[in-house]
Design a protein around this ligand. Structure first.
Ligand SMILES: [Zn+2]
Length: 309
């Protein structure tokens, strides 16, 4: 039996991790390896030169994070138009921040990124939001058996007393609609200033007709049956939570995870950022068991691509 080599660790098969810290350090020891990775990601067919009007070999420039065409010297800047543009922070620190944000189950705060990276809070917050944009995925229309539910998330407001809190509660609680396809993906939508009336149009927008929709007994959902959906309701007020397949356990589980995270990691969230948090949590939930780090990196895009599509 050979002894484990402590200098070359291996990820345990039993670990929930899909990408461990030592793997990150091995794969991305410096800025150059991060930039090469980004180039492979952004230019899978090679770099197109607009002067030569074809894909040509581009060489890495020595002192800048850019590449030059071997024929005409055209400069290509891989980071331009991406979330990494105009940042003084090294690309490796960016990658490390992405690693941190995708390797925790309940998320990580901008404050924690500030501490881990040794950057200012302003920089950490900016990175945090840009990285989160990589986690906004369009899951398309849901179908089959879909649980539909709504929940209320509190704003970051403090009240002088209970009476004031009670009066303002509904004003500052934010409505979040959730659609969860059983055995499939999930979508969470913030309804700014939303009311229950807004919930049914969302079903039309995001769930294919002829699907079976499971809801609670909120009156707003009453019209779904007439609108082409098979509609099954759970009678929560009668303390019936599960009756055969009529339940909303899938989406309830997500709400629990979301609220746990908002309380523990983010200490409340303002309405302005709520959708971004929902996207982040949905991304983790929808891609459970996958290498979220590579997945987030694969979502890096150029805002305005110069190469022909
Ligand atoms: Zn060229």
């Amino acid at each position: 039996v050979s002894r484990a080599n402590r200098n070359t660790p291996k990820r345990s098969k039993a670990s929930e991790s899909r990408y461990a810290l030592f793997e990150f350090e091995r794969e991305f020891p410096d800025d150059a390896t991060c930039l090469e990775y980004l180039v492979r990601q952004l230019y899978p067919d090679g770099i197109y030169c607009p002067s030569c009007k074809k894909v040509t070999k581009h060489y890495r420039d020595k002192s800048r994070p850019s590449y030059s065409c071997e024929f005409c010297g055209h400069h290509e800047h891989p980071m331009r138009g991406t979330i990494f543009q105009d940042s003084a922070t090294s690309l490796r620190l960016w990658f490390y921040a992405i690693y941190l944000m995708t390797s925790t189950r309940c998320g990580i705060s901008a404050k924690q990124i500030e501490r881990e990276l040794g950057v200012t809070y302003k920089t950490a917050w900016r990175m945090f939001n840009r990285i989160r944009s990589l986690m906004a995925e369009d899951v398309g229309k849901l179908s089959g058996n879909v649980e539909v539910d709504e929940t209320y998330v509190g704003g970051r407001r403090r009240y002088k007393n209970r009476k004031e809190a009670a009066l303002n509660w509904s004003l500052h609680k934010q409505v979040v609609a959730g659609h969860a396809e059983r055995g499939g993906k999930l979508r969470a939508i913030h309804l700014p200033g939303g009311t229950a009336e807004a919930l049914v149009p969302l079903v039309h927008e995001y769930i294919l007709p002829a699907s079976t929709v499971y809801t609670d007994e909120l009156p707003a959902y009453a019209s779904l049956n007439k609108e082409g959906y098979e509609h099954k309701r759970i009678h929560h007020t009668a303390k019936v939570y599960v009756k055969g397949d009529v339940h909303t356990n899938t989406i309830d589980g997500f709400w629990a995870l979301l609220k746990h995270g908002l309380r523990g990691v983010y200490h409340g969230v303002s309405a302005k950022w709520l959708q971004a948090y929902l996207n982040e949590y949905s991304f983790r939930y929808n891609n459970k068991g996958q290498d979220l780090f590579s997945l987030a990196l694969s979502n890096v895009r150029k805002a305005s691509s110069q190469s022909p599509s």
